[in-house]
Design a protein. Structure first.
Length: 127
């Protein structure tokens, strides 16, 4: 099972959500750690694959989003957690998309470092 790495303020941001939302997000992330996908998870548009996903959790008339990636071998990286403010359309605001892109780069860096120190080649395995 992959470990979960919280990038930036994603964990404290999630902890600001209502308890029901936190519980649903936690369960969905647990499923993702096991290689499964929760029913509230879908690929985040604009990232070209199903490796960056978004949990969409409605609660009390509001919508909460948690963005994560399963792209890397080292861990499941939670990139962003936010409450969607706009009531029009399903499109994720540009500010949030830019933050996800930036944190995805941070996760890529972290994964490269993990491969250098703990990856298969560091244990003497042939390339």
């Amino acid at each position: 099972m992959k470990q979960v790495v919280w990038v930036g303020s994603s964990l404290p941001d999630l902890k600001e959500f209502p308890e029901e939302v936190q519980a649903e997000a936690g369960y969905a992330l647990h499923l993702a750690q096991r290689g499964e996908r929760a029913s509230c998870a879908s690929p985040l548009t604009g990232f070209g694959s199903a490796k960056v996903l978004e949990l969409i959790i409605p609660e009390g008339g509001d919508t909460y989003r948690v963005v994560y990636t399963v792209k890397f071998e080292s861990a499941l990286y939670v990139l962003h957690a936010f409450q969607k403010k706009s009531k029009k359309g399903a499109k994720t605001p540009m500010r949030d998309m830019n933050l996800v892109r930036s944190r995805l780069k941070d996760a890529e860096k972290c994964d490269r470092e993990w491969k250098k120190t703990k990856g298969p080649h560091s244990r003497g395995d042939p390339k």
